[in-house]
Ligand binder design. Structure first.
Ligand SMILES: [Zn+2]
Length: 267
C-alpha cells in the first residue's frame, strides 16, 4: 500500500499508452520514475498491457500505426480508463483492459479498413492501366489505318478503279489500289444489307478459271457511308482482273453466294 493507491494511482491510466509507446516525454519520465519506485499494481498492469500490445503487433506484423492512429488509441485508452476509474469497478477484469480491448478493436478495424482501401486502390489502378493501354492501342491502330487510307486515296501511284453496278437502287463505288499499301473502296448512300448480312470484296484473278479470292467485308454506316480498307490484299494488282462486291451472310463466305452488286476492272 502506498500513497498512490490511496490517491487512486493516477499513473495506472498511463500504462496502456506507455506500452503503446504513445506517451509524451514528461509523462513517460514520471511514469518510469513511479515504476522504478516499485508500484506493484502498475508493474503488473504494465506486464498485461505489454502482452496485449504484443498481440496487437502480431495482428499486423508489417504495420506501423500512424500518428493519427496512435493518437486515437491513446485517447480511447484514456477515456476508457477514466470512465472505468470513475465507475470504480469491482469485477475481476482490470479496468485498463477495457481500454486495451477498445484499442485492439479500433486497431483491428483500422487495419482491415486500410487493407481494403489499399486493395481497392491496387485493383482500380490495374484496371485503369489496362483500360488506358487498350484505349491507346485502339487509337494507334485507328490512326495507322486512317493514315494508310489517306495515303492510298491521295498517292498518285494509286490506281483508281470505278466500280459499276447493274442495280438502279445502288450508288457507284470507287476503289483505289496502292501496290504497297492496299485497297480502299468507298461510296455514299449505300443501303444497309438486310439482317446482319454484310458486303464482301472479291479479287477476280486474271488466270482463266481461277476462283474469286475472298477479301474483307464491311457494312455501310448509319448514314450509308461505305468505307473498306484492305491493308493486305490476298493477291497483287498485276494478277487481278477485277474487283467485285457481293452480299454475304455475317462473317463472309469463302466463295460468293450471290451475284456481284458492284464490279470494277483493274487497270
Ligand atoms: Zn502505480
Amino acid at each position: 500500500m502506498n500513497t498512490d493507491m490511496a490517491n487512486g494511482d493516477q499513473f495506472r491510466e498511463l500504462i496502456e499508452a506507455y506500452a503503446l509507446g504513445a506517451l509524451d516525454p514528461p509523462e513517460r519520465a514520471s511514469l518510469e520514475a513511479h515504476l522504478a519506485a516499485g508500484c506493484a499494481d502498475c508493474t503488473k498492469a504494465l506486464d498485461e498491457a505489454r502482452w496485449l500490445v504484443s498481440q496487437l503487433a502480431f495482428l499486423a506484423p508489417d504495420a506501423q500505426p500512424s500518428d493519427m492512429l496512435r493518437g486515437r488509441l491513446l485517447q480511447t485508452v484514456r477515456v476508457e480508463a477514466r470512465t472505468a476509474k470513475s465507475a470504480k469497478p469491482t469485477g475481476a477484469i482490470p479496468f485498463w483492459m477495457w481500454g486495451a480491448v477498445a484499442a485492439l478493436l479500433l486497431f483491428t478495424v483500422y487495419m482491415s479498413w486500410e487493407t481494403i482501401q489499399v486493395k481497392k486502390t491496387i485493383e482500380a489502378s490495374n484496371e485503369q492501366a489496362k483500360q488506358e493501354i487498350a484505349k491507346r492501342h485502339e487509337l494507334e491502330e485507328k490512326l495507322a489505318l486512317a493514315q494508310r487510307q489517306a495515303i492510298i486515296l491521295t498517292d498518285p501511284r494509286s490506281v483508281k478503279i470505278p466500280m459499276a453496278t447493274g442495280s438502279k437502287d445502288m450508288p457507284k463505288l470507287e476503289a483505289m489500289w496502292h501496290a504497297k499499301l492496299g485497297i480502299v473502296v468507298m461510296g455514299q448512300s449505300v443501303p444497309m444489307p438486310s439482317g446482319n448480312r454484310t458486303l464482301q470484296l472479291w479479287l477476280i484473278p486474271k488466270t482463266p478459271g481461277a476462283k474469286p479470292m475472298p477479301s474483307m467485308m464491311v457494312r455501310p454506316d448509319a448514314d450509308g457511308k461505305f468505307m473498306l480498307l484492305v491493308a493486305n490484299p490476298p493477291d497483287a494488282m498485276e494478277s487481278t482482273k477485277a474487283l467485285a462486291i457481293t452480299e454475304e451472310p455475317a462473317g463472309g463466305s469463302q466463295a460468293p453466294t450471290t451475284k456481284p452488286i458492284w464490279v470494277g476492272a483493274v487497270g
